[in-house]
Design a protein around this ligand. Structure first.
Ligand code: ZN
Ligand code: ZN
Length: 263
């Protein structure tokens, strides 16, 4: 079985308590679970979906540690999903320096200030130029990779969330991010949230991106992006099959950096 490293709780925009998420992971037989609540730079939507100020981050860390101590039967990891916004590197670095995290997911949810994956953005006029959104997104994602700060890229092709796909011209942009990730030794997350959205119907990233990542030697981890306990570990069998079809035989275990065979 594989660990789930992308789980949100009430500390950011998730609905559940940490203990309930851990119990779901144990019920599925997962060997480890990592919490990855949103760390968002101050400003827009900071407290709406992010952990909030430093004191909240400290509370989050304390609760992950306490939960890990309560459940010795499973490894509980301390992670974060860090929202990469160009220009906020120093602010984020100061927050990250407060604790020792087991891993960090680097994610992009804003392109030039546009929160493209929020529900209220679904019919925003900026979607009239789909390629432009993707181009801005991959430019930002590449900058996130190049900071060298993150363990894994979260939901690689997130702009497809509402079913809009880019033209084939965007393949080159995807490849630039993949090349940067390979050069940085960064990992890619196979995120199963897309499997739960009818407009997407596949993992983030799509199978063809995953196959190209494999050819570049980029390692993979798995994440449900659960925002409620019952989604922890959701879709993992299908995601593992997708990774195998892309040529992967193993996945990275974040607790100790070992490569373990995919089920
Ligand atoms: Zn995200
Ligand atoms: Zn997430």
């Amino acid at each position: 079985m594989i660990g789930d490293y992308h789980v949100h709780t009430r500390h950011s925009d998730g609905k559940g308590a940490m203990a309930a998420c851990v119990e779901q992971a144990m019920a599925l037989g997962l060997p480890e679970i990592g919490f990855s609540d949103h760390l968002v730079p101050a400003g827009k939507d900071y407290e709406a979906y992010g952990i909030g100020p430093a004191a909240n981050l400290d509370q989050y860390v304390a609760e992950v540690r306490a939960t890990a101590a309560c459940y010795p039967q499973i490894r509980v990891l301390l992670g974060l999903e860090v929202d990469y916004v160009p220009g906020t590197e120093d602010e984020i670095a100061a927050l990250l320096a407060r604790h020792r995290f087991d891993y960090l997911l680097g994610s992009v949810h804003f392109v030039d200030g546009f929160g493209f994956d929020e529900g209220r953005s679904r019919d925003d006029p900026r979607w009239q130029d789909v390629d432009a959104i993707y181009r801005g997104y991959y430019r930002t994602l590449r900058r996130a990779v190049e900071t060298g700060r993150f363990t894994a890229i979260g939901h690689f092709d997130l702009p497809k969330k509402f079913g809009r796909r880019p033209s084939s011209a965007l393949t080159a942009c995807e490849d630039e991010v993949l090349a940067a990730a390979a050069a940085a030794g960064m990992v890619i997350e196979v995120n199963t949230a897309g499997l739960r959205r009818p407009e997407v119907g596949e993992t983030y990233p799509a199978a063809d991106v995953l196959a190209r990542a494999r050819r570049l030697g980029i390692r993979v981890v798995f994440g449900s992006d659960a925002h409620r306990p019952e989604d922890v570990g959701a879709g993992f069998a299908q995601a593992a099959a997708c990774a195998r079809a892309a040529g992967y035989e193993s996945t990275l275990r974040l607790s100790d950096g070992a490569q373990v065979r995919l089920p």
